[in-house]
Design a protein around this ligand. Structure first.
Ligand code: ATP
Ligand code: K
Ligand code: MG
Length: 683
């Protein structure tokens, strides 16, 4: 079994694998360590990853990039609308309020959810891994932004299922980075915890975390982020600058032309990279629009002025991460800068002033997330032995529960799992109920949420259960923030008569009850132990916990989950079948291309051989016959045979072989005879 970590970027994806000797980053078909996060729908097949990026220009209206920006989000969200404006594909609102992407593909209209497109990308990365490792890949750990909502996490899991992957954990990007940093630092031991800040500036976002390291243990103290501040925003200021300039100078409006916009944006991204290493840079695009060649030029200082607003914004999550970790910048041992978006020199300057020290780049800035994920996968995998190392992550948003509309209070607060609380975590709620009821999980502090995110998480139906008396029964509900950071209700139990309502010794931190005699209490395991904490393990420990109430009668009550949006199980199954068909179609298209190429080369090769090595082994009549057939095949290939089935090419090739093979075998016989003679003479 393989142990794989995936970093799914908005721009680039990275695959890392733990081997006996260390961690490898896998190469894709183009021998690159990074694979573009692009899915392009061609005429007959999809082009994924590098092939997708290469075909994007040919099919701008059926190329999906940055799907990570869309997954698990609502069409009506104003931020999403802004994203969609930058995406040349057609979109509409789905029945669950999500996004649907409409694609003209293989002569038909298709609609795909961002989850399905993400699944295509996952499947492509899985393919690359399987080709490299030559074994099936399923268990994995996938990096996610810390600001992902419950729904986005669920959508990732669904995409993984559709692609045939089994994530042992969705891991926050910065936590993965921190792990790939901390696990090698064996000197972090004696004098108490060592604090390190990690700043990851990617293509579309900025994530910051502060971690504390001790021997054999790391703990995330805080997560902070700007969900829409990455390299892309820096491209955008260049884009607007030059779009305005070209309007004045050349009287062209690139905003009105999809291809021109794509080309200018790509040129601006290049320009930005050049400015990271040079004090000034030119911009030249031939035939950008209206048959006009455009020329521009910019100095790094000018770029920094254009981008000053963005630079200021980077300081916000940095300061927040420090504040939430309750650490002054001076207490940090180091600030580690990762993500390729951070290569802009002005960013280093800015971070130096915020953290009062120059940020370091000790990690591989583009690979650390994937490496951390692979390490975590090794730790969670039953087949791999890794040094004992505890990874304790924390939840990014405070979470509360309400039951039938009334919030369940912990003391005076509606927050049951405060922001910063460890992942995974379990709490047992004790409620007095006489019939089925609903439990709703919600984000308890709207100020923590990115804009446009609904505070609703999910809804659990608990029941039905039979109540022997008219009085209310005690119902204990185990709620969990699982290893993926997703809220679940693991189980609900009705506790029989004769049991007093007090909280058992194991349930510390009993909370007051505002309404009925509900209480929220803390129980069970907390944090990640030896990196092998898993869902199943946690329920075992809880069973054990519950079994301590020996004398009580317990009845398990069924729990049903209702998501606010997302896919049903049946929809996931259906999407999986569709993905399988599409993959099959791609495979056939690839094979057909191969067979067509094989026929084409055979025609040229044979024509050549007929003039040279086969010359004396065929009669004039045979040669003429074959030549005629070769010409006919070539004509056919350019005409009605241009777009044929795999089988048609196979048949044509077989026909040619029937004519040519006798000649070839005469030639080979002669060759063999000549060789035998040579051998004879040599000895
Ligand atoms: P995200 O983390 O947002 O999902 P990602 O992981 O794909 O995205 P990275 O690969 O870390 O993003 O970074 C991509 C960004 O880095 C792009 O915006 C790219 O233009 C930018 N970038 C790459 N090289 C340089 C450079 N030399 N100077 C400036 N920016 C660069
Ligand atoms: K990346
Ligand atoms: Mg990234």
């Amino acid at each position: 079994m393989s142990v794989v970590g995936f970093d799914i970027g908005n721009e680039n994806c990275v695959i890392a694998v733990v081997k006996q000797r260390g961690i490898d980053v896998l190469l894709n078909d183009e021998s690159n360590r990074e694979t573009p996060a692009v899915v392009c729908f061609g005429e007959k097949q999809r082009f994924l990853g590098s092939a997708g990026a290469a075909s994007a220009m040919m099919h701008p209206k059926s190329t999906v990039s940055q799907v990570k920006r869309l997954i698990g989000r609502k069409f009506a969200d104003p931020d999403v609308q802004k994203e969609l404006k930058m995406l040349p594909v057609e979109t509409c609102e789905g029945p669950d309020g999500g996004i649907l992407i409409r694609i003209q593909y293989a002569g038909e209209k298709h609609t795909f959810s961002p989850t399905q497109v993400m699944a295509m990308l996952f499947a492509h990365l899985k393919d690359i891994a399987e080709k490299n490792l030559e074994i099936p890949v399923s268990d994995c750990v996938i990096g996610i932004p810390s600001y992902f909502t419950d729904l986005q996490r669920q959508a990732y899991l669904n995409a993984a299922t559709i692609a045939g992957l089994k994530p042992l954990r969705l891991m926050h990007d910065c936590t993965a980075t921190a792990l790939s940093y901390g696990i090698y630092k064996t000197d972090f031991s004696r004098r108490g915890p060592t604090y390190v800040a990690f700043v990851d500036i990617g293509h579309c976002d900025t994530q910051v975390c502060v971690a504390s390291f001790e021997a054999g243990h790391m703990k995330i103290l805080s997560h902070a982020f700007d969900r829409s501040l990455g390299g892309r925003e820096f491209d955008e200021v260049l884009f607007s600058h030059f779009a305005a300039q070209f309007k004045d100078q050349y009287n062209i409006d690139v905003y009105s032309n999809v291809k021109a916009s794509i080309r200018l944006r790509a040129a601006c991204e290049k320009l930005k990279k050049v400015l990271s290493a040079n004090a000034e840079a030119p911009l030249n695009i031939e035939c950008l629009m209206d048959e006009k060649d455009v020329k521009g030029h910019i100095k790094r200082d000018e770029f920094e002025i254009l981008a000053s607003g963005l630079l200021e914004r980077i300081s916000i999550p940095c300061k927040k991460a420090l504040a939430d970790a309750a650490l002054p910048a001076e207490r940090l041992h180091s600030v580690e800068l990762v993500g390729s978006g951070s290569r802009i020199p002005a960013i280093t300057k800015l971070l130096t002033s915020i953290f009062r020290r120059e940020p370091r780049r000790s990690l591989n800035a583009s690979e650390c997330v994937a490496r951390g994920c692979a390490l975590q996968c090794a730790m969670l995998s039953p087949v791999f032995r890794v040094r004992e190392y505890e990874v304790q992550d924390s939840i990014p948003f405070s979470i509360g529960f309400s039951s039938d509309g009334d919030p369940i209070r912990a003391g005076s607060s509606v927050v049951l799992f405060p922001k910063g609380h460890p992942i995974p975590s379990v709490k047992v709620l004790t409620l007095q109920r006489s019939s089925s009821f609903q439990l709703e999980a919600f984000y308890a502090n709207p100020d923590e949420l990115p804009s446009g995110v609904s505070s609703k998480i999910s809804c659990f139906m608990v029941g039905p259960f039979k109540d022997s008396h008219s009085e209310k029964s005690r119902v204990k509900v185990r709620v969990q923030i699982n290893l993926h950071g997703i809220v679940t209700v693991d189980s609900a139990m009705m506790i029989g008569d004769g049991v007093d309502g007090s909280v058992s010794n194991d349930d510390t931190q009993a909370c007051g009850d505002k309404m009925d005699s509900e209480s929220a209490s803390f129980a069970g395991q907390n944090g990640v132990e030896d990196g092998t904490y898993s869902h199943s393990q946690s329920s075992h420990s809880s069973d054990h916990h519950i079994q301590k109430h020996k004398a009580t009668k317990k009845h398990e009550i069924p729990v049903h989950l209702n998501m606010f949006g997302g896919m049903t199980e049946a929809e996931v199954v259906e999407a999986r079948e569709k993905e399988f068909q599409l993959a099959q179609q791609d495979k056939i298209a690839e094979q057909t291309k191969e067979k067509k190429n094989a026929l084409e080369s055979y025609v040229y090769e044979t024509r050549n051989k007929l003039l040279n090595m086969y010359r004396s082994f065929a009669s004039d009549r045979e040669r003429e016959g074959i030549s005629r057939n070769l010409q006919q095949t070539e004509d056919w290939l350019y005409d009605e045979g241009d777009d044929e089935t795999e089988n048609a090419y196979i048949l044509k090739l077989e026909d040619l072989h029937k004519l040519v093979d006798p000649i070839e075998s005469r030639y080979k016989d002669e060759e063999a005879r000549a060789q035998a003679t040579r051998d004879l003479l040599n000895c």
